[in-house]
Design a binder for this molecule. Structure first.
Ligand code: GZL
Length: 335
């Protein structure tokens, strides 16, 4: 079977798999219409609003939804420091909030504070970021459910698009999120799963850009210095790091390479500026990762407080955008 047919089959498989999960979320949204917020107080432990456009939109969606639902939101922002975030969850427990929403800065180190929340009979709902518990704690119901995007799918979709675009031949540099953050771990795995199907596709360099444009620009400058015109594409784990990579390519007057033309750029999130760069053909493909979780998550929390249970995971809908469909989509973008 030709590589291109394989990509097509893979893309269909990915879409079908995601479609099934999407139906679950949509059905659940309708189910959540009934619960009312008798002025509940809900704690929201956010990882780091300042880290990205995605995170800013995510925080804003919670603030807006809390207002609409009549919920008192006790907002804590850890500034990207996991030990601070753990302490902030402890403060929410001491404050005896009715429920806690957690978007974990990194996957490990949550067992003890979630055991404390359980002991205090405060339900925890995970938003966006997944986490990994010690085996002995995995069946103790330390969180009610997780709602977010399928990061592994996002990595696969990025890999499938690139394989199709380059007919399975490309030297890729990867700018990752923090190595202990769930989206970074899973996007990297999904991307590698697809590239392993194509002998002509290789990740020639990989380095964290910490979700931020300024750090990603430095990483890309290093890649350009070491690999130069040998680079066929950049896979950035989020849009802000793709923006940094584009800035580095454009600033390198010696190499004089054009982002989106000489070097393909694929990214994840789908923030507004990403769409603008798609239209200007400085970016080639965007895998959406919907940050507007606030209303959905808080409605689920209200249902939980009314005694309802939910599946362990519920997935948001994510789509792939390219230079072909960006202009039509831009007017509908909400973040
Ligand atoms: C993804 C989210 C990631 C975004 C980044 O759900 O956790 O964190 O992709 C953000 O932009 O910083």
């Amino acid at each position: 079977m030709k590589a291109i047919d394989l990509v097509r089959r893979l893309a269909i498989a990915l879409l079908t798999q995601t479609l099934d999960r999407r139906i679950g979320v949509i059905a659940m949204m309708f189910l959540c219409a009934c619960a009312h917020a008798r002025n509940y107080t809900i704690g929201f432990a956010q990882s780091d609003t300042a880290e990205s456009d995605w995170r800013r939109a995510n925080t804003e969606s919670f603030r807006e939804a809390a207002k609409d639902l009549g919920i008192t939101l006790v907002f804590k922002d850890a500034g990207g420091k996991t030990d601070v975030q753990r302490r902030q969850v402890g403060e929410l427990i001491e404050q005896k909030v009715d429920a806690i929403v957690l978007s974990a800065n990194e996957v490990h180190g949550w067992d003890n504070v979630l055991l404390e929340a359980k002991k205090a009979r405060i339900p925890v709902v995970l938003s966006d970021r997944t986490l990994t518990l010690q085996p002995e704690n995995q069946n103790k119901g330390l969180f009610v459910t997780w709602i977010g995007s399928d990061f592994r799918y996002e990595g696969r979709a990025a890999g499938a698009w690139l394989a199709q675009e380059t007919a399975g031949h490309c030297n890729v540099v990867e700018i990752e999120g923090p190595l202990d953050a769930a989206p970074s771990i899973e996007r990297g795995k999904g991307f590698r799963e697809v590239l392993s199907l194509f002998p002509g596709m290789k990740i020639i360099a990989s380095k964290p850009g910490m979700w931020r444009a300024d750090q990603a620009k430095k990483v890309m400058q290093g890649f350009l210095h070491d690999e130069g015109a040998n680079i066929c594409a950049v896979f950035a784990h989020n849009d802000n790091m793709a923006f940094g990579a584009i800035a580095a390519i454009e600033a390198d007057k010696q190499l004089a390479l054009k982002p989106g033309k000489d070097i393909l750029i694929i990214s994840v999130d789908g923030v507004r500026h990403g769409f603008e760069l798609l239209i200007r053909r400085k970016l080639n493909a965007l895998v959406e990762c919907n940050p507007l979780l606030g209303k959905l998550v808080l409605k689920v929390v209200l249902e939980v407080l009314h005694g309802r249970s939910f599946p362990a995971s519920m997935y948001m809908e994510d789509r792939v955008y390219t230079t072909h469909n960006a202009a039509a989509a831009l007017p509908t973008r909400k973040y």
